[in-house]
Design a binder for this molecule. Structure first.
Ligand SMILES: [Zn+2]
Length: 178
């Protein structure tokens, strides 16, 4: 699978013909189809009261934060991917069985990278450890919507409108846990 519209066959390198773009393309040399599909991704809303755990993207030009998460790997269930990404990014551990699915949607990041996001809620009481930025992120801490509104930092600009609103995350994740 590729994560931008394919022009060349990923197996033999020949130019592809569009069959049903943007999803289906054809390689004459391989006599086979090449598909361009959304990437399955998980996001975790770890709630502590009215605050939510956010991780800071390792970017030099902006103070951008997002909920922890990442791409589902081959052979992995989405909830297991969420637990793994949480540990990789923040050192926190959670049992995948304690994650409650509350939102699923597809969107195109920067218009080209299509993602299907499964968003899970979990209360901080079901999570073990203290958030600490690990290899993949620059910082990890809890924020309330009002705290984040008082600083220049913001949520990822490549996200759909709802996802750029801390209040949306807290409200919907909390509703799923009650
Ligand atoms: Zn080919």
């Amino acid at each position: 699978m590729v994560n931008r519209p394919p022009e060349f066959c990923p197996y033999c390198g020949e130019a592809l013909s569009p069959v049903d773009p943007p999803t289906t393309h054809y390689c004459a040399a391989c006599d086979d189809a090449v598909f361009y599909n959304p990437i399955p991704t998980t996001r975790l809303a770890v709630l502590d009261g009215e605050s939510i755990l956010l991780v800071k993207v390792d970017s030099p030009d902006a103070d951008l934060w997002g909920t922890p998460g990442g791409m589902v790997e081959a052979g992995e269930n989405p909830d297991e991917a969420g637990a793994r990404e949480l540990k990789e990014e923040t050192t926190l551990t959670v049992n995948p069985d304690d994650l409650v699915l509350f939102d699923v949607r597809s969107f195109a990041k920067f218009g080209t990278t299509h993602k299907t996001v499964l968003a899970y809620a979990v209360d901080v009481t079901d999570v073990r450890g203290t958030p600490k930025a690990d290899n993949e992120v620059a910082a990890a801490r809890f924020w309330s919507a009002s705290e984040l509104a008082r600083v220049e930092d913001r949520l990822l600009t490549s996200w759909p409108t709802a996802y750029k609103d801390v209040g949306w995350w807290v409200e919907n994740a909390r509703a799923a846990l009650e």
